[in-house]
Design a protein around this ligand. Structure first.
Ligand SMILES: [Zn+2]
Length: 110
């Protein structure tokens, strides 16, 4: 059995994604609202997906307010959020790659 993947909903498109596919925005205990790339900050979180449209909508329509149950100053998180959006698909940049050790399937019937 595979491990259960925690799913979260994008505040904008309301689609569900694996938690790590989303960007977490956190209302910290000291009253700030911050982007939490690590997903580890304490506080109530709301999530948005990497779709630029979703980010804009979430900011423009104050959709984080609902998720965080407080009034969010969208402008304070907008620059940082949009920075994350611009990140090109540079998935190969980590220490090396995913498809190194794929076992070959032998499909010979005797
Ligand atoms: Zn979305």
């Amino acid at each position: 059995m595979a491990k259960k993947i925690p799913m979260r909903m994008c505040v904008s498109c309301r689609e569900r994604f694996a938690k790590k596919e989303l960007i977490r925005v956190v209302a910290t205990p000291d009253g700030q609202t911050v982007i939490d790339p690590t997903g580890r900050l304490p506080g109530r979180g709301a999530y948005v997906c990497h779709d630029p449209e979703c980010m804009k909508k979430a900011l423009d329509r104050q959709q984080f307010d609902k998720g965080l149950k407080k009034s969010v100053d969208a402008e304070s998180i907008r620059p940082e959020l949009l920075k994350l959006q611009e990140e090109p698909e540079k998935r190969g940049s980590g220490p090396d790659g995913a498809d190194a050790g794929k076992p070959k399937k032998a499909e010979e019937g005797k």
